[in-house]
Design a protein around this ligand. Structure first.
Ligand code: HEM
Length: 183
């Protein structure tokens, strides 16, 4: 029987995956509208949801790293080469780093701008230590956008690798992050 990650680890993984897809779509859509100088209710709603979901990803990633440090990773099947496991660990490390740095940069940007308002008119807390400075905010948003696209590219490669294990290698690696299998 394939060993799986803990229920908490799997829940956090799939929730993060759904949120990242939503954030990329919202992020690209809202910045296209702001570049075209369309500042209507829809644009504001897209920004509000992007900021709220992005902040949730930051919190989820912090919880996820805590869960990860307190648990052991399920074993890979013997068919997976040690070098592949090292390469996967490095890629996962960069993914975790971007899952922290990208939302931190967005949060710092909206604190500096300041534009902390989210869904329902609720404000995010301001990031401590960040001054109100629009030029700084613009620089932070630029790095945020570039690293977010790097995160999207790495996430695509990650999905490709997962599908390769599921559909071609059929070696149980995908199932470790899916439901518990009977038998
Ligand atoms: C992992 C989490 C996040 C991802 C993947 C993400 C992704 C993106 C993407 C793809 C863009 C569009 C970049 C472009 O096309 O130029 C963007 C822009 C933006 N994001 Fe995020 N984001 C995240 C978290 C956050 C957070 C936490 C905040 C604020 C609380 C935030 C605030 C913004 C803002 C204000 C912009 C527009 C910047 C501008 O107008 O130039 N993001 N984000």
């Amino acid at each position: 029987m394939t060993q799986t990650y803990s229920t908490a680890a799997r829940l956090l993984h799939w929730l993060t995956a759904i949120f990242i897809i939503a954030l990329i779509v919202l992020g690209v859509w809202m910045t296209e509208r702001s570049a075209a100088n369309i500042w209507d209710a829809l644009t504001n709603t897209l920004y509000a949801w992007h900021k709220l979901i992005g902040f949730l990803v930051l919190l989820l990633t912090a919880i996820r790293l805590t869960v990860k440090l307190r648990s052991t990773r399920p074993a890979y099947p013997d068919s997976v080469a040690p070098l592949t496991i090292k390469f996967a660990a490095a890629a996962h490390g960069v993914l975790y780093l971007l899952l922290l740095v990208v939302p931190l940069l967005g949060w710092a940007g909206v604190t500096a701008y300041p534009a902390l308002i989210t869904v329902g008119g609720y404000d995010l807390p301001a990031m401590p230590g960040i001054p109100k400075d629009q030029a700084l905010a613009k620089q932070l948003f630029e790095i945020h956008g570039t690293l977010a696209l790097a995160l999207a590219a790495l996430a695509l490669a990650h999905i490709g690798a997962a599908l390769h294990h599921l559909l071609i290698k059929k070696d149980g690696v995908f199932q470790r992050m899916w439901c518990k299998q009977g038998g």
